[in-house]
Design a protein around this ligand. Sequence first.
Ligand code: NAP
Length: 310
Amino acid sequence: MGTPTEEVIILGSGPAGLTAALYTARANLHPLVIEGNETGGQLVLTTLVENYPGFSDGLMGPELISRMRQQAERFGARFVKGDATAADVSRNPFTLTVDNDVHKTKALIVATGASANMLGLESERKLLGHGVSTCATCDGFFFRDQKVAIVGGGDSAVEEALFLTKFAAKVTLIHRRDKLRASKIMQERIFANPKIEILWNRTVADILDVSQGKVTGIATRVDGSTSLETLACDGVFVAIGHSPNTKLFAGQLEMDERGYIVTHNGTLTSVPGVYAAGDVQDHVYKQAITAAGSGCMAALDVERYLENHG
Ligand code: NAP
């Protein structure tokens, strides 16, 4: 006897996936959520979330995720731990492999999110959440009147540097080349801001100080030089782009040139019955609330699809 075919499987357990789970559970579709090895996506990497409407005092990212998960579970959502290692959406029912189990489903919501690109330093990994951040909107507030460094030269880095000047006493942008990739208008703004200094042609060699468990500075290397220069700072923001988690669907779903799933008319993908919600299809807004909103849209789209396709 094969495994039963689910009505809907949701891949991912960030705000998009968990909102889709809540809505499809309340529509009696008994969703199965493949939640990954760690529930929650990028929100569990952040600390205080102050811009999620309804929580006037803010709440911690992991707490927000935990509440969303409980809320979906209360209405009957089921959860499977583990990452999907294979997906086949070439025919319906679609299949997803987690460990050695193959799950079949009539409809699928892809909410696998995006991951911030990292520099790849061990100190960066160890200090993430302890002074190292990938989200100025989330964490900038904690650096009131302090010194922060931001790494990157694209629109994100420039936008975040400008945002950080609202809080920080001094913002130093560290870029590996002698030209910014950011748009001209953003460049004009950053050059005009007296709180921002730019260090050109620098790569980051290390973030200090793991032994103290907090950020005290950043060691950079000037292009071609062997010696390091250390800049004292209290926070380091890494803004070198994001990558959507879409490898499973390469060649199966239409994606843009950066690998984001292309959606149209809400959350529809290029395959009928497959929907995409949250950062996996959005490189513009990238907020918990917008991800949750698109998770809701995907759930409503799935409901309509299943009504029309039995
Ligand atoms: P991006 O445009 O890909 O820029 C990434 C930046 O990080 C580049 O300057 C790159 O340096 C640098 N970088 C990449 N890997 C690095 C590494 N290992 N070490 C050091 N530096 C590294 O990414 P983004 O800034 O996140 O922007 C993504 C997209 O969203 C872009 O299309 C952007 O225009 C758009 N966006 C728009 C706005 C806006 O209009 N308000 C705001 C944010 C984002 P190089 O320049 O040397 O390659």
